[in-house]
Design a protein around this ligand. Sequence first.
Ligand code: NAP
Length: 248
Amino acid sequence: MLLQKKVALVTGASRGIGKAIALELAREGADVVVNCIHSEQKADDVARRIEALGRRALVVKADVSKQQQVEAMRERVLEQFDGVDVLVNNAGVHHHVKLWDMDEAEWRSLLGVDLDGVFFCSKAFSAEMREKKRGRIINISSTVAFTGTDHEVHYAASKAAVIGLTKSLALELAGHNITVNAIAPGEIATDMTASETAEERKKALELIPLGRIGQPEDVAYAAVFLASDRASFITGQTIHVNGGEAMF
Ligand code: NAP
């Protein structure tokens, strides 16, 4: 196992990609803090599955877009664990809104989760990592950070900002033996993409050379690798998990 005696926190781990990452980290030996904002029952189910693997699990409900709630989550984590070794900034929201229909509240609320949340959690949870002189931060960005998209400028902007944040944090934290990397998923089958029409799904599939939509586990395997000692010389990078949809 790659992550024995490690503690991981995965934001937005009640569903989708975050859930798959939490379970894969646990399969590799990590104890896992499962964060959510609304779906406490689902987060509890994820925690039970982690415990069934013989690991410890802690569910913490917190809105990552609110710094006070992130700080309270850190206090809660420190009651049970000696900090976290692996932070996965996964929580995210995504809304199809055209520029002309996007008001300030919509812009700010999405950036609050998808960008501010990454900043608040990285700041809070890197404190113990810096003391221990080891850690892993993994930020979930998106292919649209690189390609753009025609219906959600706020989402693409936040995910592109996460790449800049990742590189800068990688530089700031390298001296503390903390690596910071991003994963940019393409089309992954989760609740976030479930509302697509059959036509939209068909169009999306046509763009993927490997001929299938990604599964949450495809992203989780990349996260496990970045969290492991095998990735100790990799920092400031982005792994693209997109079936070949876009190549950089
Ligand atoms: P999802 O199925 O909609 O799940 C979103 C998760 O984020 C849920 O656990 C949700 O918690 C949590 N969350 C939302 N707002 C939060 C907040 N303010 N504070 C804490 N947790 C919050 O999404 P997904 O598809 O798994 O996406 C996960 C990440 O991958 C996101 O960052 C997304 O942008 C990125 N991504 C997804 C795709 C894709 O095709 N699916 C592609 C590229 C990138 P609750 O259950 O409590 O609501």
